[in-house]
Design a protein around this ligand. Structure first.
Ligand SMILES: [Zn+2]
Ligand SMILES: [Zn+2]
Length: 130
């Protein structure tokens, strides 16, 4: 019975992450609580931790409050982060661009993927309305 519920939560989290692409544990919980009022924060943490360990999820850049975000896209990619609404968007920076950046820092080395910050199109449009 408990196992059954667990399986249900796992697949609910998996499909939410597929749709959301990036989310914190808290966002997953807030969304799935509508459907599963019994779902606890501990359970969400336990399931996503397991998914991270198995490589079903990876870590995305943290949000503005420095909370870890999970990423359902597993192939190597970079991010564009909106500083206003805190949304992440997947981008893939061209390799020659990475090499150019690498050249700027001489003997230091870029590790991992990059996050570019700015204002997203929605926020720019919203500001124009105001
Ligand atoms: Zn935005
Ligand atoms: Zn991503």
């Amino acid at each position: 019975m408990i196992k059954e519920r667990q399986t249900k939560y796992i697949s609910a989290i998996r499909s939410y992450m597929q749709a959301a692409n990036h989310a914190t544990n808290h966002e997953i919980l807030a969304y799935l609580r509508h459907q599963y009022p019994d779902l606890s924060s501990t359970t969400v943490h336990r399931i996503t931790k397991r998914m991270l360990e198995r490589g079903d999820l990876i870590i995305a850049p943290s949000n503005n409050e420095n909370v870890t975000r999970l990423d359902s896209r597993l192939d190597p990619h970079d991010h564009f982060a909106c500083q206003l609404c805190d949304q992440l968007r997947d981008i893939v920076l061209p390799l020659d661009m990475i090499s150019q950046l690498q050249a700027l820092i001489d003997d230091c080395k870029i590790s991992g993927r990059l996050t570019i910050q700015g204002s997203c199109s929605k926020c720019i449009k919203y500001k124009e309305i105001l």
